[in-house]
Design a protein around this ligand. Structure first.
Ligand SMILES: Nc1nc2c(c(=O)[nH]1)N[C@H]1C(S)=C(S)[C@@H](COP(=O)(O)O)O[C@H]1N2
Ligand SMILES: [Mo]
Length: 324
Protein backbone atom coordinates (compact mmCIF):
# COMPACT_ATOMS: atom_id res chain seq x y z
CA UNK A 1 0.00 0.00 0.00
CA UNK A 2 1.31 3.42 -0.83
CA UNK A 3 1.81 6.08 1.78
CA UNK A 4 -0.96 8.52 0.97
CA UNK A 5 0.34 11.71 2.44
CA UNK A 6 3.98 11.66 1.65
CA UNK A 7 3.56 12.81 -1.89
CA UNK A 8 6.81 12.36 -3.73
CA UNK A 9 7.74 14.98 -6.29
CA UNK A 10 7.08 12.71 -9.27
CA UNK A 11 3.43 12.48 -8.25
CA UNK A 12 2.93 16.22 -8.39
CA UNK A 13 1.80 17.10 -11.84
CA UNK A 14 4.09 19.37 -13.76
CA UNK A 15 1.87 22.19 -15.04
CA UNK A 16 3.47 21.78 -18.46
CA UNK A 17 2.01 18.29 -18.61
CA UNK A 18 -1.41 19.84 -18.05
CA UNK A 19 -2.74 19.64 -21.58
CA UNK A 20 -5.68 21.66 -22.56
CA UNK A 21 -8.46 19.25 -23.08
CA UNK A 22 -8.72 19.67 -26.81
CA UNK A 23 -5.08 18.87 -27.46
CA UNK A 24 -5.39 16.02 -25.02
CA UNK A 25 -8.23 14.41 -26.91
CA UNK A 26 -6.44 14.82 -30.20
CA UNK A 27 -3.59 12.69 -28.93
CA UNK A 28 -6.08 9.84 -28.83
CA UNK A 29 -4.81 8.69 -25.47
CA UNK A 30 -8.26 8.81 -24.08
CA UNK A 31 -9.74 6.80 -26.89
CA UNK A 32 -7.64 3.80 -25.95
CA UNK A 33 -9.12 3.63 -22.48
CA UNK A 34 -12.62 4.72 -23.39
CA UNK A 35 -14.00 1.30 -24.20
CA UNK A 36 -12.65 -0.34 -21.09
CA UNK A 37 -13.77 2.34 -18.69
CA UNK A 38 -16.93 3.64 -20.24
CA UNK A 39 -15.22 7.00 -20.42
CA UNK A 40 -16.43 8.53 -23.64
CA UNK A 41 -15.87 12.08 -24.76
CA UNK A 42 -18.51 12.39 -27.42
CA UNK A 43 -17.47 15.62 -28.99
CA UNK A 44 -14.29 17.56 -29.51
CA UNK A 45 -15.93 20.82 -28.55
CA UNK A 46 -17.99 21.59 -25.51
CA UNK A 47 -21.65 22.08 -26.34
CA UNK A 48 -23.04 25.47 -25.37
CA UNK A 49 -22.63 25.41 -21.64
CA UNK A 50 -25.10 28.09 -20.75
CA UNK A 51 -24.20 30.58 -18.10
CA UNK A 52 -22.54 29.08 -15.09
CA UNK A 53 -24.34 30.53 -12.11
CA UNK A 54 -21.98 30.89 -9.20
CA UNK A 55 -21.28 33.64 -6.71
CA UNK A 56 -18.16 34.33 -4.72
CA UNK A 57 -18.51 32.59 -1.33
CA UNK A 58 -17.89 34.86 1.63
CA UNK A 59 -15.35 33.98 4.26
CA UNK A 60 -13.81 30.85 2.80
CA UNK A 61 -11.01 29.73 5.07
CA UNK A 62 -8.15 28.87 2.79
CA UNK A 63 -6.80 25.38 2.79
CA UNK A 64 -4.02 24.48 5.13
CA UNK A 65 -1.00 23.38 3.15
CA UNK A 66 -0.33 20.72 5.74
CA UNK A 67 -1.27 17.50 3.99
CA UNK A 68 -1.28 15.18 7.01
CA UNK A 69 -5.03 15.33 7.75
CA UNK A 70 -5.96 14.78 4.10
CA UNK A 71 -7.64 18.20 3.82
CA UNK A 72 -5.21 19.38 1.17
CA UNK A 73 -3.84 17.22 -1.61
CA UNK A 74 -0.73 18.79 -3.14
CA UNK A 75 -1.47 17.74 -6.73
CA UNK A 76 -2.41 19.88 -9.71
CA UNK A 77 -6.02 20.97 -9.41
CA UNK A 78 -8.40 20.11 -12.22
CA UNK A 79 -9.47 23.21 -14.15
CA UNK A 80 -12.79 24.89 -13.30
CA UNK A 81 -13.75 24.31 -16.93
CA UNK A 82 -13.32 20.53 -16.65
CA UNK A 83 -14.92 20.30 -13.20
CA UNK A 84 -18.00 22.07 -14.55
CA UNK A 85 -18.24 20.45 -18.00
CA UNK A 86 -17.60 16.78 -17.33
CA UNK A 87 -20.25 15.72 -14.84
CA UNK A 88 -22.36 12.82 -13.75
CA UNK A 89 -25.80 14.09 -12.76
CA UNK A 90 -28.44 11.80 -14.22
CA UNK A 91 -31.29 14.02 -13.00
CA UNK A 92 -30.39 16.25 -15.95
CA UNK A 93 -28.83 14.00 -18.56
CA UNK A 94 -26.58 10.96 -18.81
CA UNK A 95 -24.37 12.90 -21.25
CA UNK A 96 -21.48 14.06 -19.08
CA UNK A 97 -20.71 17.00 -21.34
CA UNK A 98 -24.36 17.98 -21.54
CA UNK A 99 -25.05 18.40 -17.82
CA UNK A 100 -23.74 21.98 -17.73
CA UNK A 101 -26.22 23.17 -20.36
CA UNK A 102 -29.10 20.99 -19.15
CA UNK A 103 -28.80 22.25 -15.56
CA UNK A 104 -27.94 25.89 -16.29
CA UNK A 105 -31.33 27.23 -15.19
CA UNK A 106 -31.77 25.00 -12.15
CA UNK A 107 -33.57 27.01 -9.45
CA UNK A 108 -32.37 26.56 -5.86
CA UNK A 109 -34.20 29.53 -4.33
CA UNK A 110 -35.91 28.66 -1.05
CA UNK A 111 -33.89 25.43 -0.68
CA UNK A 112 -34.46 23.49 2.49
CA UNK A 113 -32.86 20.38 3.94
CA UNK A 114 -34.74 18.21 6.40
CA UNK A 115 -32.48 16.53 8.96
CA UNK A 116 -34.56 13.93 10.72
CA UNK A 117 -34.92 10.37 11.99
CA UNK A 118 -33.08 9.15 15.07
CA UNK A 119 -32.06 12.56 16.38
CA UNK A 120 -33.02 14.58 19.46
CA UNK A 121 -33.46 17.83 17.52
CA UNK A 122 -34.90 17.17 14.06
CA UNK A 123 -35.10 20.31 11.97
CA UNK A 124 -36.00 21.54 8.51
CA UNK A 125 -33.13 23.90 7.78
CA UNK A 126 -33.21 26.77 5.35
CA UNK A 127 -30.03 26.54 3.30
CA UNK A 128 -28.69 29.73 4.89
CA UNK A 129 -29.04 28.25 8.36
CA UNK A 130 -26.97 25.25 7.32
CA UNK A 131 -24.32 27.48 5.79
CA UNK A 132 -24.18 29.45 9.06
CA UNK A 133 -23.23 26.39 11.10
CA UNK A 134 -19.60 26.77 10.13
CA UNK A 135 -17.46 28.91 7.82
CA UNK A 136 -16.62 27.17 4.54
CA UNK A 137 -13.13 25.70 4.49
CA UNK A 138 -11.27 24.96 1.30
CA UNK A 139 -10.59 21.23 1.00
CA UNK A 140 -8.56 20.02 -1.94
CA UNK A 141 -9.58 16.41 -2.47
CA UNK A 142 -8.73 13.68 -4.94
CA UNK A 143 -11.96 12.48 -6.54
CA UNK A 144 -12.31 9.10 -8.27
CA UNK A 145 -15.30 8.06 -10.38
CA UNK A 146 -16.08 4.36 -10.56
CA UNK A 147 -15.86 4.74 -14.35
CA UNK A 148 -12.08 5.19 -14.16
CA UNK A 149 -11.52 8.95 -14.33
CA UNK A 150 -10.35 11.22 -11.55
CA UNK A 151 -9.99 14.90 -10.69
CA UNK A 152 -8.50 17.05 -7.94
CA UNK A 153 -11.16 19.49 -6.75
CA UNK A 154 -10.84 22.47 -4.41
CA UNK A 155 -14.17 22.20 -2.60
CA UNK A 156 -15.54 24.67 -0.08
CA UNK A 157 -17.60 23.35 2.80
CA UNK A 158 -17.42 21.94 6.29
CA UNK A 159 -17.40 18.53 7.89
CA UNK A 160 -20.84 16.89 7.88
CA UNK A 161 -20.22 16.02 11.56
CA UNK A 162 -20.84 19.69 12.43
CA UNK A 163 -24.39 19.51 11.07
CA UNK A 164 -25.03 16.12 12.69
CA UNK A 165 -23.84 17.48 16.05
CA UNK A 166 -26.50 20.19 15.84
CA UNK A 167 -29.36 17.67 15.55
CA UNK A 168 -27.88 15.28 18.14
CA UNK A 169 -28.15 11.70 16.84
CA UNK A 170 -29.52 9.24 19.41
CA UNK A 171 -27.60 6.11 20.38
CA UNK A 172 -29.88 4.07 18.07
CA UNK A 173 -28.61 5.94 14.99
CA UNK A 174 -26.14 3.75 13.10
CA UNK A 175 -26.39 4.98 9.50
CA UNK A 176 -27.18 8.17 7.62
CA UNK A 177 -29.47 8.17 4.57
CA UNK A 178 -29.39 11.01 2.04
CA UNK A 179 -31.89 12.06 -0.63
CA UNK A 180 -31.68 14.34 -3.66
CA UNK A 181 -34.56 16.60 -4.71
CA UNK A 182 -37.40 14.83 -6.51
CA UNK A 183 -38.92 17.24 -9.04
CA UNK A 184 -39.03 16.30 -12.69
CA UNK A 185 -40.01 19.83 -13.73
CA UNK A 186 -36.69 21.15 -12.39
CA UNK A 187 -34.76 17.93 -13.02
CA UNK A 188 -36.03 16.69 -16.38
CA UNK A 189 -33.76 13.64 -16.37
CA UNK A 190 -36.10 12.22 -13.73
CA UNK A 191 -38.63 11.62 -16.53
CA UNK A 192 -36.36 8.83 -17.70
CA UNK A 193 -36.23 5.56 -15.77
CA UNK A 194 -32.46 5.19 -16.10
CA UNK A 195 -32.34 5.15 -12.27
CA UNK A 196 -34.94 4.98 -9.50
CA UNK A 197 -35.75 8.47 -8.25
CA UNK A 198 -35.04 10.24 -6.03
CA UNK A 199 -31.31 9.48 -6.01
CA UNK A 200 -30.47 8.10 -2.56
CA UNK A 201 -27.19 7.34 -0.82
CA UNK A 202 -25.98 6.30 2.60
CA UNK A 203 -23.05 6.15 4.99
CA UNK A 204 -22.36 4.31 8.20
CA UNK A 205 -22.54 6.83 11.07
CA UNK A 206 -18.79 6.65 11.78
CA UNK A 207 -18.07 7.37 8.10
CA UNK A 208 -20.50 10.28 8.19
CA UNK A 209 -18.80 11.66 11.31
CA UNK A 210 -15.28 11.39 9.86
CA UNK A 211 -13.74 14.87 9.43
CA UNK A 212 -12.96 14.22 5.74
CA UNK A 213 -16.68 13.77 5.00
CA UNK A 214 -17.65 17.12 3.58
CA UNK A 215 -20.91 18.93 3.13
CA UNK A 216 -19.84 21.01 0.16
CA UNK A 217 -21.38 24.27 -1.01
CA UNK A 218 -18.62 25.53 -3.30
CA UNK A 219 -15.79 24.96 -5.77
CA UNK A 220 -12.79 27.23 -6.32
CA UNK A 221 -14.14 29.68 -3.71
CA UNK A 222 -17.45 30.12 -5.52
CA UNK A 223 -20.85 28.63 -4.78
CA UNK A 224 -21.56 25.23 -6.34
CA UNK A 225 -22.71 25.42 -9.95
CA UNK A 226 -25.89 23.40 -10.65
CA UNK A 227 -23.98 20.68 -12.51
CA UNK A 228 -21.84 19.95 -9.45
CA UNK A 229 -24.77 19.57 -7.07
CA UNK A 230 -26.06 23.01 -6.11
CA UNK A 231 -26.76 24.16 -3.57
CA UNK A 232 -25.33 21.49 -1.27
CA UNK A 233 -23.85 18.03 -1.79
CA UNK A 234 -21.85 15.33 -0.09
CA UNK A 235 -18.16 14.64 -0.75
CA UNK A 236 -16.45 11.47 0.54
CA UNK A 237 -13.03 11.51 -1.12
CA UNK A 238 -12.00 7.92 -0.26
CA UNK A 239 -15.11 6.52 -1.93
CA UNK A 240 -16.14 6.30 -5.56
CA UNK A 241 -17.86 9.44 -6.83
CA UNK A 242 -21.39 8.03 -6.80
CA UNK A 243 -21.44 8.27 -2.98
CA UNK A 244 -21.20 12.05 -3.39
CA UNK A 245 -24.93 12.69 -3.64
CA UNK A 246 -25.85 16.07 -5.12
CA UNK A 247 -28.58 18.63 -4.40
CA UNK A 248 -29.53 17.13 -1.04
CA UNK A 249 -32.98 17.78 0.47
CA UNK A 250 -33.09 15.11 3.18
CA UNK A 251 -30.64 13.63 5.67
CA UNK A 252 -32.11 10.92 7.88
CA UNK A 253 -30.42 9.13 10.77
CA UNK A 254 -31.47 5.48 10.75
CA UNK A 255 -30.77 2.21 12.59
CA UNK A 256 -30.11 -0.09 9.65
CA UNK A 257 -28.12 0.12 6.41
CA UNK A 258 -30.14 2.25 3.97
CA UNK A 259 -30.89 1.42 0.34
CA UNK A 260 -28.75 3.23 -2.22
CA UNK A 261 -29.55 4.09 -5.83
CA UNK A 262 -26.61 2.50 -7.60
CA UNK A 263 -26.69 -0.60 -5.43
CA UNK A 264 -30.34 -1.11 -6.40
CA UNK A 265 -29.55 -0.50 -10.07
CA UNK A 266 -26.74 -3.09 -10.17
CA UNK A 267 -26.02 -4.79 -6.83
CA UNK A 268 -23.07 -6.82 -8.12
CA UNK A 269 -21.37 -3.69 -9.51
CA UNK A 270 -21.93 -1.01 -6.86
CA UNK A 271 -21.64 -1.96 -3.22
CA UNK A 272 -22.78 0.03 -0.21
CA UNK A 273 -19.24 0.87 0.89
CA UNK A 274 -17.93 2.01 -2.51
CA UNK A 275 -14.43 2.49 -1.09
CA UNK A 276 -11.86 3.18 -3.77
CA UNK A 277 -9.97 -0.10 -3.94
CA UNK A 278 -7.59 -0.90 -6.81
CA UNK A 279 -7.58 -4.56 -5.73
CA UNK A 280 -11.30 -5.07 -6.25
CA UNK A 281 -12.21 -4.77 -9.92
CA UNK A 282 -15.56 -3.63 -11.15
CA UNK A 283 -17.09 -6.75 -12.80
CA UNK A 284 -16.69 -5.10 -16.22
CA UNK A 285 -13.31 -3.36 -15.85
CA UNK A 286 -10.18 -3.08 -13.73
CA UNK A 287 -10.00 -0.43 -11.02
CA UNK A 288 -6.20 -0.57 -10.82
CA UNK A 289 -5.58 2.67 -12.73
CA UNK A 290 -7.32 5.93 -13.49
CA UNK A 291 -7.37 8.71 -16.06
CA UNK A 292 -6.75 12.00 -14.25
CA UNK A 293 -8.72 14.51 -16.33
CA UNK A 294 -6.25 16.88 -17.96
CA UNK A 295 -3.28 14.51 -17.84
CA UNK A 296 -1.81 12.09 -20.32
CA UNK A 297 -1.30 8.47 -19.41
CA UNK A 298 -2.96 6.69 -16.51
CA UNK A 299 -2.18 6.86 -12.81
CA UNK A 300 -2.10 3.98 -10.40
CA UNK A 301 -5.21 4.13 -8.23
CA UNK A 302 -4.38 4.33 -4.53
CA UNK A 303 -6.06 2.32 -1.78
CA UNK A 304 -8.90 4.42 -0.31
CA UNK A 305 -7.98 6.93 -3.03
CA UNK A 306 -4.86 7.85 -1.04
CA UNK A 307 -6.69 8.41 2.25
CA UNK A 308 -5.78 5.07 3.89
CA UNK A 309 -3.95 6.76 6.72
CA UNK A 310 -7.04 8.76 7.64
CA UNK A 311 -9.85 6.23 7.05
CA UNK A 312 -8.27 2.77 7.00
CA UNK A 313 -9.16 2.13 10.65
CA UNK A 314 -12.87 2.43 9.86
CA UNK A 315 -12.65 -0.85 7.95
CA UNK A 316 -10.29 -2.82 10.17
CA UNK A 317 -11.25 -6.50 10.16
CA UNK A 318 -13.75 -6.15 7.32
CA UNK A 319 -13.48 -8.30 4.19
CA UNK A 320 -13.20 -5.55 1.57
CA UNK A 321 -13.96 -7.98 -1.28
CA UNK A 322 -17.28 -8.80 0.32
CA UNK A 323 -17.92 -5.27 1.55
CA UNK A 324 -17.06 -3.50 -1.71
N1 LIG B 1 -28.12 13.22 -7.30
C1 LIG B 1 -27.06 12.74 -7.94
N2 LIG B 1 -25.87 12.75 -7.33
C2 LIG B 1 -24.76 12.27 -7.96
C3 LIG B 1 -24.86 11.70 -9.26
C4 LIG B 1 -26.14 11.71 -9.89
O1 LIG B 1 -26.32 11.26 -11.03
N3 LIG B 1 -27.19 12.25 -9.21
N4 LIG B 1 -23.73 11.17 -9.88
C5 LIG B 1 -22.64 10.73 -8.97
C6 LIG B 1 -21.40 10.36 -9.67
S1 LIG B 1 -21.38 8.85 -10.47
C7 LIG B 1 -20.26 11.11 -9.62
S2 LIG B 1 -18.80 10.58 -10.28
C8 LIG B 1 -20.29 12.46 -8.99
C9 LIG B 1 -19.81 13.50 -9.99
O2 LIG B 1 -19.70 14.77 -9.39
P1 LIG B 1 -19.17 16.01 -10.28
O3 LIG B 1 -20.03 16.09 -11.48
O4 LIG B 1 -19.28 17.21 -9.38
O5 LIG B 1 -17.74 15.69 -10.62
O6 LIG B 1 -21.59 12.83 -8.54
C10 LIG B 1 -22.33 11.79 -7.93
N5 LIG B 1 -23.55 12.32 -7.34
MO1 LIG C 1 -19.11 8.30 -10.79
Amino acid sequence: MSEPNKISSHEITDPKVYFNRRAFIQTGILAASAVATGLVYRKLNHPAAGKIKTARLEGVISAATDTSNGFHVAEAQTSFQDITHYNNFYEFTTDKEGVAAASANFQTKGWQVSVEGLVRKPKIFDLDDILKISAPEERVYRMRCVEGWSMVIPWAGFSLSKLLDVVEPTSDAKFVAFETLLDSTRMPGQRSDVLNWPYIEGLRLDEAMHPLTLLASGIYGNSLPPQDGAPIRLVTPWKYGFKGIKSIVKIKLVATQPRTTWNEAAPNEYGFYANVNPQVDHPRWSQATEQRIGESGRRTTLMFNGYAEQVGHLYAGMDLRKNF
